[in-house]
Design a protein around this ligand. Structure first.
Ligand SMILES: Cc1ncc(COP(=O)(O)O)c(C=O)c1O
Length: 366
C-alpha cells in the first residue's frame, strides 16, 4: 500500500510552487556547452567580495570547527550604532528571507489574511501560504504597491502586510509621505513588514528612513539584506529591525545558529569598507543608465527602477527571448511567475556584462 505524501502535507504547502531561482552559470555551461556566460538574473552584486570581507573570512577559518556566536554580539553592536537602535531590536537572519519567514511564523495563523501587492516579491506569498493563511494580492498601480487599495483590503482577519521598498521585480518605490500615512492608518494588531533589500541603491532621499519610525509604530518591522549592495549573497546575511518585544519573539523561534561565523565576520568587515559600498552604488548607477539607454534605442518600454535591476517589456511573450539570450550566454530572469509574461528582469552587471546583454538583445529584437 502506498501513502500519498502530498495529501499528508499541510494544505498550504500542497498548493505551493517552489521558489524559482535564477539559472546558475554552471548549469547553463553543462546544458549548452558554452563559456563566457554572464549572469544578470539574481540581482547580485557584480563587484565580487570586498577585499576586507575576504580577509575577515580567512581569519574565521581558525575557528571553523566551532559553532558561531549564536547572538551575533559584535555584528549587532555595529548595526546598532549604524542604525541608532538598541541591539535588542535587531534579529539576524540567514539572509533576509530567513527573517521574513520568522516574522510570518510568529504572527500568522491559518485563519489570517496576509496582504501584499500584485508583482510583489514572491517570498511573501510563499511564507504566508506555507502557514495556510489566505493570500490577499492587491492589484498593482503603475506596477507598484497601491497603498489605498491595500488599506481598503484590510479586514478584521488581516494580520500582516508585506511591502518591498523598492519592490522586486518591478523596481518601483514609495516615498516618505504616502508610506508614512499608510503605516499611521494601519491598525496596531496588523504587522507591517517593510522589506528594504535594495535601499542602499537609493541615495537621493526618494525613499524614507523607516528605521526612524520604529519608536512610533510598534507594529512595524523593517528588513535589510547584505545580499545586494554589500555583495554577500553567498554568505546569507540579513536582519530585521523591530520593537524589542517583537525581536524577543523572533528570538524564540530563530534557529540557534542561523547565521554562520563567516557571515558574521563579513557583515562587520563590509560595513567598514565604505569605498566598496560607494563603488557598488556607482557601478549600479552607470549600469542602469546603460540599460535604460539601450531600451530607448531599441524602443522597448521599461519600468523605472530604484533597485539593481531593470524590468523590460519585450512587447511579446518574453520566454522565447529569454531562451534565445541563454543560447548567446546571457542569463536574465523571466518574470511570468509574477504575472508579467512579456517582461524580462535584467540585473545590473559590470559594464562589459551589460554590453553583452545589450548586443544580444539588439540582435534578437531587430
Ligand atoms: C525584495 C527582496 N527581499 C528580500 C530578498 C531576499 O534576499 P536575501 O535572503 O538574500 O537577504 C530579495 C532577494 O532577491 C528581494 O528581492
Amino acid at each position: 500500500m502506498s501513502c500519498d505524501y502530498l495529501a499528508l502535507a499541510n494544505s498550504g504547502v500542497q498548493k505551493l510552487q517552489p521558489y524559482m531561482a535564477g539559472k546558475p552559470v554552471s548549469e547553463l555551461e553543462r546544458e549548452l556547452g558554452i563559456s563566457n556566460i554572464v549572469k544578470l538574473a539574481s540581482n547580485e552584486n557584480p563587484l565580487g567580495l570586498s577585499v576586507k570581507v575576504k580577509k575577515a573570512i580567512e581569519n574565521e577559518f581558525a575557528d571553523g570547527s566551532r559553532y558561531p556566536d549564536a547572538n551575533g554580539h559584535y555584528l549587532k553592536a555595529v548595526l546598532s550604532e549604524k542604525h541608532n537602535v538598541s541591539a535588542s531590536q535587531i534579529t539576524l537572519g540567514n539572509g533576509s528571507n530567513d527573517v521574513l519567514e520568522m516574522i510570518a511564523k510568529i504572527y500568522v495563523q491559518p485563519e489570517h489574511e496576509v496582504i501584499f501587492a500584485e508583482h510583489a516579491f514572491c517570498v511573501y506569498p510563499i511564507v504566508a501560504q506555507s502557514i495556510g493563511a489566505t493570500l490577499v494580492e492587491v492589484p498593482a498601480k503603475d506596477w507598484g504597491n497601491d497603498l489605498d487599495a491595500m488599506f481598503s483590503a484590510i479586514t478584521d482577519k488581516t494580520r500582516m502586510i508585506f511591502i518591498a521598498n523598492p519592490n522586486n521585480p518591478t523596481g518601483t518605490w514609495l516615498g516618505e509621505e504616502p508610506l508614512k500615512k499608510f503605516v499611521e492608518k494601519v491598525p496596531e494588531d496588523v504587522i507591517v513588514v517593510i522589506d528594504e533589500a535594495y535601499t542602499e541603491y537609493v541615495t537621493d532621499g526618494s525613499i524614507p528612513n523607516t528605521i526612524e519610525w520604529l519608536s512610533d509604530f510598534p507594529n512595524l518591522v523593517v528588513t535589510r539584506t547584505y545580499s545586494k549592495a554589500y555583495g554577500l549573497a553567498a554568505l546569507r546575511l540579513g536582519y530585521a529591525l523591530s520593537s524589542e518585544e517583537i525581536c524577543g519573539l523572533l528570538n524564540r523561534i530563530r534557529q540557534p545558529f542561523n547565521v554562520n561565523s563567516f557571515a558574521l565576520a563579513a557583515g562587520i568587515a563590509v560595513l567598514d569598507d565604505h569605498s566598496y559600498l560607494d563603488e557598488s552604488i556607482q557601478i549600479n548607477k552607470q549600469g542602469m543608465e546603460q540599460l535604460v539607454e539601450s531600451c530607448k534605442q531599441l524602443d522597448l518600454a521599461y519600468i523605472p527602477s530604484a533597485g539593481n535591476f531593470l524590468t523590460i517589456d519585450m512587447g511579446q511573450d518574453a520566454m522565447p527571448i529569454y531562451q534565445n539570450l541563454l543560447h548567446r550566454g546571457v542569463i536574465v530572469r523571466p518574470v511570468a511567475n509574477y504575472n508579467m509574461p512579456n517582461h524580462l528582469r535584467v540585473s545590473i552587471g559590470l559594464q562589459h556584462e551589460n554590453q553583452k546583454y545589450i548586443d544580444s538583445i539588439s540582435q534578437i529584437v531587430s
